[in-house]
Every structure is written in C-alpha cells, then in structure tokens.
Design a protein around this ligand. Structure first.
Ligand SMILES: *Cc1c(COP(=O)(O)O)cnc(C)c1O
Length: 379
C-alpha cells in the first residue's frame, strides 16, 4: 500500500536528519564534499551540480507525489522543459505542441529550438483527428498542457498517451496548472511530467523553479545526465523553499478550488462578462474529460469581457486585492491581461490570445473580500 498524497508530500525524501534529528531537511549550502580517499565517496555526493542533499529531498518528494520513478529539480520550469527537448530530440525531429501553450513554452520551441532544427506544429489537442494528422515519422514528443494557460483548454491525457505510444513518441505533460494534487499524468500513461514549481508547488510567489518526473527509471537517468551536463539545477535554498511549499499543497489546492468556484459563480452572473473559461463548468467543452482525469478543477479562471481589450485592461487596472501581476499559483490572488502581459510573446503567432481576455489566479484569501474586489473592478 502506498501512502496517501498528503503523507507523501510531507514525508517522502524527508527523513529526519541523521546527525541532528532535524525534522526538516537542512539547506545544504555547499558545493563540494570530502572524499574518503580517491574515488571513495562518503555519501554519494561529490559536487552540488550533480547532486545536493536538499535538492535530492525535493526530487524524491516530487517523484513520490507524481507517482514516478525519478524526480529532478531545475532552476526554472523552462530549464526543465529545455532539458526534456535536449534529452529526447535531435535536429530534424518533430514535436506536436498545444495551439494554446504557455507563451514561454511556445517561445522556447519557436525562437530557440527551431534554430537548432527541431520542428514543431501547434495543434488543437482536444481534437484527436487533428493530432493524428499532425504526426510524422519524425515525431518524438506530443507535448500536452492541460488545463492550458490562459484559455483553460482540456485534453485527454490517456487518449493522447495511447496515440503517442502507437507512433513511438513520448507523451510529455506540463502539469503546472493542475498540480500533482489535482492530476497525476503518469498514472494516465504519460512518460514525463513537467512543472513550473514557481506556481502551485512552491505556492507562495517566493521562488522560481522547475521539475521533471519520469515514469521510467532509464528515461529518468537520461534526463539526470542532461540535468548535470547542462547544469540548470535548483540551488539548495530554492529547493528548500519549494519543498516547504509542497508540504501544504493539498490544503492550499482545496481552498484555491473552493474560491475559484465562487468566483466563477460571480462572473457567470455579471452582465459585463461575455464568457467564463473554467473546466469545472458543465458547459466547458472539456468538462467531462477534466472530471475524469482531475480531482477538482483548480484555481485558474479566465473570462472575456464586453468592450474588448480596453475594458479588459481597465478591469485589470482597477482590481486592488487581486494584484496586477504575472505568474500564478501563489496564496495571493493575481489578475492579468494575457494579451499584453504573459502571452505578449505569442502576438501575431497562431497562439495569440484574445484581447478581451482577463486571467485570474484565485488565491486563498477570504472569499468575501475577493468577490467584493472583483465586483468593484467590474463596475
Ligand atoms: C510559468 C509556466 C512555465 C514556465 O515556468 P518558469 O518557472 O517560469 O520557467 C511553464 N509552463 C506553464 C504552464 C507555466 O505556467
């Protein structure tokens, strides 16, 4: 019997310190380790780019909560993504990406890897025929985000995993929006899970980080080789903060979901709101799939407003308790205009987002205060 999610988040990889009994893994601010004779490693540690005990604790905890064989922690989510591409792909290969991928992910494909000969096609991943049609003999990865940022699109992880494996490709899932508490892609057949731990896993807007979890130990080893060879590792203090956040992920996510549901109710009833994008709504086109593969529907809510871009920008500027800012997944509520902020780099591309769109990261403050702020911002 494996332990429950909350137990793993608090204990996996986090034995009491053998020297002092400290119940929290210390911040090992150290670059190198004394060796007992040439080639005789005392503890398995030799140099902190290759491994550091604080980072190892986070890596083991992430592997446990995602149900994978190997976890790896990086300096950022994009560093983790880059490591996947360099491990799995070579020039001439092809990758399928969501046609509403996170802007920074799109930029990594379009502006960095394409120059090195990696081809990509943005596809609507909720359309299995379109995905099937985009696969080529060179396709190495189907890259999934679900729910997507910022349009909250949902795709079927189990069905896409089957399709990818039928063609000899890997299924990589960016699980940042759902967090491992709400969705566990490896159990649905994915090969690699990607996180920007900057978001819900860290959860307090105080650290930037990324993680990978591989289902298969051999693939995990190849990723670990590239993590060390390329070196974009999480530092010990960042790993410690992220691990501290992970411990409370389950209780935070429950409250994020509670608050988001109330926000959705307010938005649906508001005359200035023309549509609400939230996979928890029965009318959402991905609702059934989301209900099948997610525990609940998360804390991210987007909506489109009457009056176009000017009105959307105005609402973002008027909000007070919802802080105007990029990023998401922290305890504090954030509001932003994706077209001019997080997704500005997708302007003019197939991934451009509508100008009348507002994105909320609903935090865990008192719900009445959040609803009052949205009401005044929309008035
Ligand atoms: C923020 C984000 C990333 C990038 O992560 P960083 O930690 O900012 O590098 C990747 N995917 C999604 C869905 C994100 O929201």
């Amino acid at each position: 019997m494996t332990e429950g999610f909350e137990t793993l988040a608090i204990h996996a990889g986090q034995e009491a310190d053998p020297h002092t009994g400290a119940v929290v893994p210390p911040i090992y601010a150290v670059s190198t380790y004394k060796q007992d004779g040439v080639g005789g490693l005392r503890s398995g540690y030799e140099y902190s780019r290759s491994a550091n005990p604080t980072r190892t604790a986070l890596e083991e905890a992430m592997a446990a909560v995602e149900g994978g064989a190997r976890g790896l922690a990086f300096a950022s989510g994009l560093a983790a993504e880059d490591t996947v591409l360099r491990t799995v792909c070579k020039p001439g290969d092809h990758v399928i990406i969501p046609n509403d991928a996170y802007g920074g992910t799109y930029r990594l494909f379009a502006k960095v890897h394409e120059r090195w000969g990696l081809h990509y096609d943005p596809v609507a991943l909720d359309n299995m025929n379109a995905v099937g049609a985009a696969i080529t003999p060179k396709t190495k990865i189907i890259w999934v985000e679900t729910p997507t940022n910022p349009l909250l699109g949902v795709s079927d992880i189990a069905a896409l995993a089957e399709l990818a494996h039928d063609c000899g490709a890997l299924l990589v899932v960016d699980n940042t929006f759902a967090s491992p508490y709400l969705q566990q892609p490896l159990a649905l057949g994915a090969d690699i899970v990607v996180h920007s731990t900057t978001k819900y896993v860290g959860g307090h807007s105080d650290v930037v980080g990324g993680a990978l979890v591989a289902a298969d130990p051999e693939l995990g080893e190849q990723l670990a080789f590239h993590q060390n060879a390329m070196g974009a590792v999480a530092g010990p203090f960042d790993a410690w903060l992220t691990l501290r956040g992970l411990k409370t992920l389950a209780v935070r996510m429950e409250r994020h979901c509670d608050n988001a549901e109330r926000v959705v109710d307010l938005l649906l009833a508001h005359p200035k709101v023309i549509s609400v994008l939230y996979p928890g709504m029965p009318e959402h086109p991905g609702h059934e799939i989301a209900a099948k593969q997610m525990r609940r529907f998360g804390g991210m809510v987007s909506f489109r407003v009457a009056g176009g871009e000017a009105q959307a920008v105005e609402i973002c500027n008027r909000a007070k308790l919802f802080t105007l800012g990029e990023s998401l997944g922290g305890v504090e509520s954030l509001i932003e205009h994706p077209g001019r902020m997080t997704h500005a780099s997708a302007a003019g591309s197939p991934l451009e987002v509508p100008g009348d769109l507002v994105r909320l990261s609903v935090g865990i403050e008192s719900i009445d205060d959040l609803l009052a702020d949205l009401t005044q911002a929309l008035s």
